[in-house]
Design a protein around this ligand. Structure first.
Ligand code: ADP
Length: 573
């Protein structure tokens, strides 16, 4: 910018000085010419006076030589026939006829003639003035004066030197002023440029200086407005990005965004953990980081098809489902990875449960059916065996009824439709009530069934549910304790929990079975359980009752020595 100002200024200066120089040179030339012409006239007049006074040729020659030297003018007197009578600078006898000279010819014609030309004699441009001595006498004497024009050159040269000096002085001073002016003008522009560059590099906080009321000021204003708007938009984008990031990172499903080539553009924390992505997996091809032989094929399929595709994938111990959803209107797709390990486990449990229930139902049903068919085919007439058949049918119906009852109860507890009614209850009382109900059963096996609990200790719990759990535990204790064994029911208030214990001196549970004992239909010894009328659901019901009231059930047991079941509920009241 500064350079342009300077060049324009210099060009202007050169043109101005050139025009001025040419005009001034012309004026100088015509002024000098008229000066010279004046001097020539004066000299011619002097010589004319001298010639008129009539000296002989020899003194005339000497006088002219003297006058010419003094005035530095060449003076010539030309006779009527054109021969040179006298000359201040040359010997007339060697000089040619001068009538052919243009100024002499003009003088003879018009009384006076001038000419400017190069003189071979003095080797200079000369100005000649010739005048007829006697007006009207064409064949009279002509007096000629000549001066070299070197003065014109000298004066014009001096003029040019002056112009050059002026050019130097004005150019230098003006240039300096110009630079300062340009800097002053371009200063705000440079500031604007640096702000614009900062904006390009992503720094939206810089502002251009506002100069009042000119164009540069309004450009600054516009730049500042643009920067503010960009800053605002960037903030908004950042905030929206953060919201999106927060939403994505709070998802339990893994989300991967891929571009049209299958490169990872973005992924959330869940995707990193589910698909074991190393940090900094962005920009890598998805099949390079998700190690599965079919990953590349699936991605290509989704990108090509443009329709969602779904595939199952095993990652270590986890079962995943990958949903590839191509992006509408742009290249790429979003992959959502869901961990279905738990779902699959539940599904397997459900299948297992249905199979178990079917199996449990089938056995008594086929037994009943067998006996019914036997009775129908004349068996009813068999007076000896018919009652036994009926008894067997009755036993299996009883077993079915127990099973269905337990299943219904379990389903009620699991579905959440069982309502808890907490109320104040006495711990000892409830234990005694349960023991009372089982006393006959225990005495049949000659087992001692005792209660050890402090009197008058109460808490707030649902007594029906607690009783239901205790009944199952006592029922098991009697079933799995040989004759003569001891069963003890205890209760205690701990710091934060209410504890009920059912301990027996029975067959115990092998350590390897302990972790699964509370599963539905899990039995250490299936045939023994069936024989004893067990459904395999008793402990599962106990576990659900405990959970329903925020409690737990645990077991401690040693095969052959006995078991201790502990029910703990949070202590309220
Ligand atoms: P079941 O109807 O078979 O008794 P449960 O769910 O009540 O079903 O108990 C599951 C299994 O746990 C039983 O089959 C039995 O093997 C074992 N078990 C439960 N209670 C005791 C106990 N007090 N002593 C020994 N084994 C027990």
């Amino acid at each position: 910018m500064v350079r342009r100002f300077l060049l324009a200024y210099l060009a202007l200066l050169v043109v101005a000085l050139a025009v001025f120089g040419v005009l001034a040179a012309r004026a100088t030339r015509s002024r000098v010419l008229s000066e010279i012409s004046g001097r020539l006239q004066a000299e011619v007049a002097l010589v004319a006076a001298l010639v008129r006074s009539g000296p002989a040729p020899a003194p005339l020659q000497a006088m002219l030589r003297e006058m010419g030297r003094e005035a530095d003018v060449r003076l010539t007197v030309i006779g009527p026939d054109g021969t040179v009578a006298a000359d201040s600078h040359a010997d007339p006898s060697y000089m040619e006829n001068h009538n052919a000279r243009p100024e002499v010819r003009a003088a003879r014609e018009e009384g006076r003639g001038t000419n400017v030309r190069y003189s071979d004699t003095v080797r200079h441009d000369m100005m000649y003035l010739a005048v007829l001595l006697e007006a009207g006498r064409k064949d009279g004497v002509v007096i000629r004066a000549a001066l070299p024009l070197t003065r014109i050159r000298e004066e014009v040269d001096a003029l040019y030197a002056g112009i050059a000096a002026a050019f130097g002085a004005v150019g230098l001073g003006g240039g300096l002023v110009m630079i300062l002016l340009a800097r002053w003008v371009t200063g705000p522009l440079r500031a604007i440029r640096s702000v614009a560059q900062a904006i390009v590099q992503g720094d939206y906080t810089r502002r251009a200086p506002l100069t009042e009321g000119d164009e540069v000021g309004s450009v600054s204003g516009a730049i500042n407005q643009m920067a503010e708007e960009l800053e605002r938009r960037l903030e908004r984008l950042k905030a929206e990005g953060a919201k999106l990031e927060a939403a994505l990172s709070s998802l339990t499903d893994g989300v991967l965004a891929l571009d049209g080539a299958g490169r990872i553009v973005h992924y959330n924390a869940a995707a990193a953990s589910l698909l074991s992505l190393a940090p900094g997996s962005e920009r890598l091809l998805v099949w390079e980081v998700v190690r599965h032989p079919r990953m590349e094929t699936w991605t290509a399929e989704a990108l090509k098809k443009g329709a969602p595709v779904r595939h199952a994938l095993e990652m270590g111990t986890h079962d995943l489902v990958l949903n590839f959803s191509p992006l509408q209107g742009s290249e790429g797709c979003v992959v959502v990875a869901r961990d279905v390990t738990e779902e699959k486990r539940y599904e397997n449990l459900r299948k297992e449960f249905v199979a178990n229930v079917s199996h449990e139902l089938r056995t008594p049903l086929s037994v009943i059916r067998g006996y019914v068919e036997t009775l129908r085919d004349e068996g009813w007439k068999d007076g000896e065996n018919a009652p036994k058949f009926l008894e067997a049918i009755d036993k299996n119906v009883e077993r079915l009824s127990l099973l269905v009852g337990d299943l219904l109860e379990l389903s009620r507890l699991e579905s959440g439709s069982q309502i808890v009614h907490p109320r104040k209850m006495d711990l000892r009382e409830i234990l005694e009530r349960v023991a009372e109900d089982f006393r006959v059963l225990a005495s049949k096996k000659r087992q001692s069934l005792g209660v050890e609990a402090p009197a008058s200790v109460s808490c707030v719990l649902d007594p029906d549910l607690v009783e239901r759990a205790l009944r199952n535990l006592v029922d098991n204790a009697i079933k799995y304790t040989p004759e003569g064994g001891t069963i003890t029911l205890r209760s205690a208030l701990e710091e934060e929990t209410v504890l009920f214990t059912v301990a027996d001196t029975g067959i115990g549970i092998p350590e390897s079975d302990l972790p699964r004992i509370f599963e539905r239909f899990y039995r250490v010894d299936k045939s023994r359980s069936r024989e004893l009328g067990g459904t395999g659901l008793g402990l599962a019901i106990v576990k659900h009752v405990a959970q329903l009231m925020g409690g737990t059930v645990t077991v401690q047991s040693q095969a052959g020595k006995g078991s201790v079941f502990r029910l703990r509920f949070p202590r309220v009241g």
